[in-house]
Design a binder for this molecule. Structure first.
Ligand code: ATP
Ligand code: MG
Length: 593
């Protein structure tokens, strides 16, 4: 048995790479900062005229153009939530300045491989969720008469919003649509025992084996041997025996001993492995005493309207779940208020009023609130699902961001802030966890008005103090300036990876703010002058020393962007590559492709 070896079959590349250099994008489009190269395929982030990040898939080797087109065409006809579909194909012809390549949505997040390298073996409920979703994708594929053949920790991709994507579609084509002699790299693809070395023969039964092999790796951190797989219960005593039995059968050496299909494997698992309590909703609004977990309460309360899929996180005021809105057949995020808050009638009434106001804030950089509702003493609201997670999770996954990447995002967020402030709504709880990222990588402010409605009057120290303004930490009057200050702290955090005054207790942060340690910190971080000046003004202790409002802050931000461009332009290209850190960033884990 081999220990999980941390090598990856993908790496970051400078953007755009040589084979895309002569391309010219349509008006209003730009190259994004991220790009990943895998064997035979290049994935380049591009930003369209509407500010959405898309992935441009191309083949560095020109002799693979036809292969690429077959792939784009096949994907365009697939229809499953875990299969990325083709938005558009750029053909290459005489006078075209781009192509061939196809566009699909940008998939933020990481591979199972990167997740295991980062966090070690996974917990059982998470692994089961991956097994269910990847398995359902394979069942769909097998129903269409195809097999995948390259299911591995590098082709299964997980987003912070709790979604799973299956990739590796360049292989899922009839033999005559792929270059002769090419096959997935055995170094990154688990090789089922029925395949001789170097002999790649994908079948639904080999997909089943590969899926089980990936699960085995997720649970143990080790790749399973081809023969005589040790019982999972020996390696993972916390793993339900029934799950071990399912994986063992799927990993059988002889394909005839495996489940007759992946669908049969999933059915068998669902029959014997139960991680979720099965609830039969009783009549009435009285909460059954046995429902003590937040999930059970939420399932009980929303039973007919939403299917609760997986947890997204927990905060000051409630817990957030990914859910399917059953009547509209769309996925949403649902936040259920903590019981002690839900029991406070005054707070709930204010929360309802504020949520109604926030629901009217229609802005591209504000997460829309769809609805608020309650049953018994369970109160929840639904909002758009941010598939990219939060800025906080982005940084903990992939480290500080480049100025170039955040410049347009900060601009939009400032515009949204200004729009909200002119409608009389302040946020009061801006922090990286509350800046969410949508499927196109755009930043959007979440939880508008919620802290204002639910936070204790005047206490001001809601949640983390790291991004709060001095007046908030002192419990003094707060207004739009408090939000502007918080946004400046977030910008500082995003470019340096550290909160401007540390992440200690409120008194410690306040002491740092008041003793004006900022200029020294800015110097220490080595931030460019224009950006440092903007931060210094945004983080001024006295409100009157800060920007007048979000609008003025945005105008000043644009000045910083212009100044940074001038600085960038005088650097030779090779210096930009070295200092920008985007060439072959093997030290930085991939965060999307
Ligand atoms: P606070 O309660 O102060 O807002 P918080 O933002 O950390 O703190 P929650 O708002 O309860 O707490 O959110 C918990 C986590 O759930 C967040 O960190 C975020 O990653 C995730 N989350 C929240 N809203 C959404 C959403 N609409 N889509 C996807 N994930 C979300
Ligand atoms: Mg929040």
């Amino acid at each position: 048995m081999s220990q999980f070896a941390p090598t990856s079959d993908q790496r970051h590349t400078a953007s755009p790479p040589p084979h895309l250099e002569a391309w010219s994008l349509p008006p209003g489009w730009s190259w994004g900062a991220e790009a990943i190269l895998r064997e035979h395929r290049h994935y380049q982030e591009v930003v369209d005229a509407l500010g959405r990040s898309l992935s441009l898939v191309s083949a560095p080797d020109p002799s693979h153009d036809e292969w690429l087109q077959h792939e784009a065409r096949a994907l365009a006809h697939r229809n499953h939530p875990s299969v990325p579909t083709t938005y558009h194909y750029w053909a290459s012809y005489e006078e075209s300045r781009r192509g061939p390549g196809y566009l699909r949505r940008w998939i933020g997040g990481e591979t199972v491989f990167s997740r295991i390298s980062r966090l070690g073996p996974d917990d059982v409920p998470f692994a089961l969720q991956v097994l269910r979703e990847a398995g359902s994708t394979l069942a769909y594929l097998h129903d269409t008469g195809a097999a995948h053949g390259a299911i591995s920790a590098s082709t299964v991709w997980l987003t912070p919003g709790g979604r799973l994507w299956l990739l590796g579609w360049e292989w899922v084509l009839p033999r005559d649509q792929r270059p002769a002699g090419l096959q997935p790299d055995a170094a990154h693809t688990p090789w089922p025992p029925e395949w001789a070395p170097g002999e790649w023969r994908p079948t639904p039964a080999s997909d089943q084996w590969q899926l089980a092999a990936m699960l085995f790796t997720m649970l143990t951190g080790e790749t399973p041997p081809e023969r005589a797989v040790p019982p999972l219960s020996l390696l993972r005593p916390d793993c339900p025996l029934a799950l071990g039995a399912v994986l063992e059968r799927a990993l059988a050496t002889d394909p005839a001993d495996r489940f007759p299909s992946v669908a049969a494997m999933l059915r068998d698992m669902d029959r014997h492995v139960s991680v979720r309590p099965v609830l039969i909703a009783p009549e009435g609004d009285e909460l059954p005493a046995a429902l003590d977990s937040a999930e059970a309460r939420l399932r009980w309360a929303t039973a007919d309207d939403y299917e609760i899929l997986s947890p997204l996180g927990k905060g000051m005021f409630g817990s957030v779940w990914r859910a399917r809105d059953l009547s509209l057949a769309r996925e949403v995020a649902i936040k259920v208020l903590h019981p002690h808050i839900a029991r406070d009638d005054v707070a709930v009434a204010r929360f309802r009023r504020e949520a109604r106001l926030a629901a009217q804030l229609a802005h591209a950089a504000i997460v829309p609130i769809y609805d608020t509702d309650s049953r018994g003493d369970i109160v929840w609201y639904t909002m758009e699902l941010a598939e990219g997670g939060s800025v906080a999770s982005l940084l903990s996954r992939s480290g500080p961001r480049s100025f170039e990447e955040i410049a347009p995002q900060v601009d939009e967020v400032l515009e949204a802030l200004h729009a909200a402030h002119t409608s009389g709504i302040i946020h009061r709880d801006l922090k990286p966890e509350n800046i969410l990222i949508d499927r196109y990588r755009r930043w959007r402010i979440g939880d508008f008005g919620i802290a204002y409605a639910l936070g204790e009057e005047g206490a001001g120290t809601s949640g983390t103090p790291s991004f709060a303004a001095p007046e908030q930490l002192l419990g003094e009057a707060q207004g739009p300036a408090t939000d502007c200050y918080a946004l400046a702290s977030i910008v500082y955090f995003v470019v340096t990876g550290r909160a401007p005054f540390g992440d200690g207790r409120a008194e410690t942060v306040l002491a740092q703010q008041l003793s004006n340690t900022l200029p020294a910190r800015l110097l220490e971080e080595g931030l460019p002058g224009a950006l440092a000046d903007w931060l210094q003004r945004g983080l001024a202790v006295r409100v009157e020393d800060r920007f007048e409002d979000a609008l003025e802050m945005r105008v000043a931000w644009r000045e910083v962007v212009r100044a940074m461009r001038r600085v960038e332009d005088v650097r030779p290209w090779w210096r930009r590559l070295i200092e920008g850190g985007q060439e072959d960033g093997t030290s930085e884990p991939p965060s999307g492709w």
